[in-house]
Design a protein around this ligand. Structure first.
Ligand SMILES: *[C@@H]1O[C@H](CO)[C@@H](O)[C@H](O)[C@H]1NC(C)=O
Ligand SMILES: *[C@@H]1O[C@H](CO)[C@@H](O)[C@H](O)[C@H]1NC(C)=O
Ligand SMILES: *[C@@H]1O[C@H](CO)[C@@H](O)[C@H](O)[C@H]1NC(C)=O
Length: 384
């Protein structure tokens, strides 16, 4: 993208951010100038009954063209490889897959290599904005290592064009920044236009903490789990729809998937927190979450099942992130399809996933069905 192109994206976003902060300082009650371009809301299934999510894990964006690639084969590496390769991969995926939503699951920027956090984020996310694809982001453990705090980053992400990200749910006091729900409604003309048929939960898994003098990774706190359970309960009273969750740092039980029949590659130790706050137990008790999508460990791209819930890594996406030469950078697609009723689309019938590699063919690998309506006795069908 040219500088003028980047600037035309940058200026309105930065302006709204600056204005928001200023107006909040001057008069907390003042009307906020609204220049954000928003996708049509609520998000909804397409007319063909499908909704496709592209998970982008660990872009590790730095300063763009000046930021070198890590762990690429010598023949494609060196001076020719930079953050621009990460952007090019994202553009290719959007063109090929036409996702309905992009989920950026943290370490979107690599703070230590980003001179200006806002500029780095804008560049990293720019393909989504350019193609007007709705997107949601959460933070990893590296996003805040530049010029913005986690709160500022989430605020900024929520103000960017086509973003459906939120800082935190209104009316709840929750730990962290970037805990929110996004409902995917039925298609127009389906009778379910006002109903969420698929619920997406985004959670902040933190960065780093010290527990009893020991350094460890962050974890999802009690207040976040309380919000999650309450939200799920409320949504299910309305309609028992399946749900997907997204967070960056895996919960400790993911380590145990090594001993199971997982699909994909498990090439490095799961780097989770020492603290187990009961994320898995909470998800199991909620009953609606069928799949959890993680980032953080770039060399892991597997899906494994724990107590009936799938835990899937996105696999490393960014070229400035550590990886492995000759093991292509990759992204995950989550494809959900509605059931055809007698007159129109009804509830979600299946949830599938696969990965796409940044090779010449954008190769599709490890396709699997995560869930089907009939698999699950606890799920009550609605008949319309
Ligand atoms: C990065 O992009 C450049 C320019 O398009 C290309 O020549 C190079 O092979 C790419 N590197 C990788 C690792 O994909
Ligand atoms: C959806 O909500 C709109 C606005 O409240 C209402 O006009 C419409 O009738 C509703 N449609 C259905 C199918 O419930
Ligand atoms: C891409 O597809 C072509 C044609 O099918 C094949 O010859 C080539 O080996 C594929 N490349 C990769 C990296 O899979």
């Amino acid at each position: 993208m040219s500088w003028s192109g980047l600037l035309s994206l940058l200026v309105p976003c930065l302006l709204s951010f600056v204005l928001l902060r200023f107006s909040a300082l001057l008069d907390p009650g003042a009307a906020v100038p609204r220049v954000k371009r928003s996708p049509p809301l609520p998000l909804r299934f397409r007319h063909d009954g499908a909704f496709k999510i592209l998970q982008v894990a660990d872009m590790h964006f730095g300063n763009g063209a000046a930021t070198r690639c890590r762990d690429v084969a010598p023949e494609v590496g060196g001076a020719r490889c930079s953050d621009r390769n990460t952007t090019r991969f994202l553009r290719r995926l959007i063109e090929a897959e036409r996702p309905d939503l992009i989920a950026f699951t943290g370490d979107n920027i690599f703070g230590g290599s980003a001179t200006d956090a806002a500029e780095s984020l804008l560049r990293a996310i720019s393909p989504a904005i350019e193609y007007k694809v709705p997107w949601a982001a959460i933070l990893g453990n590296h996003d805040q290592e530049s010029t913005m705090t986690r709160e500022e980053l989430m605020m900024f992400l929520s103000l960017m064009d086509y973003s459906v990200s939120q800082v935190n749910p209104p009316g709840f006091l929750v730990h962290g920044f970037g805990n929110y729900h996004v409902g995917i409604h039925g298609p127009f003309g389906s009778g379910l236009v006002n109903t969420s048929l698929l619920n997406l939960y985004f959670l902040d898994s933190g960065d780093r903490e010290v527990v009893d003098g020991i350094k460890t990774y962050g974890w999802i706190k009690e207040s976040q789990l309380a919000w999650l359970s309450a939200t799920s309960k409320k949504l299910q009273q309305n309609l028992p729809a399946p749900a997907l969750a997204f967070f960056h740092i895996p919960n400790p039980e993911v380590r145990g998937l090594w001993y199971t029949d997982f699909k994909g590659e498990y090439q490095e130790a799961v780097a989770c927190s020492l603290v187990n706050s009961g994320v898995l137990d909470t998800l199991v008790s909620m009953g609606d979450v069928k799949g959890v999508f993680l980032g953080h460990d770039h060399l892991n791209d597997f899906c494994g099942n724990l107590n009936g819930i799938w835990f899937c890594y996105g696999g490393g996406f960014g070229y400035h992130a550590y990886g492995r030469p000759h093991w292509p950078r990759r992204a995950r697609v989550i494809y959900t399809q509605l059931k055809k009723g007698q007159r129109s689309w009804t509830e979600v019938e299946s949830i599938q996933t696969w990965k796409l590699l940044d090779d010449e063919n954008l190769s599709k690998i490890d396709e699997q069905v995560l869930w089907r309506d009939s698999d699950d006795d606890s799920y009550q069908s609605v008949h319309l």
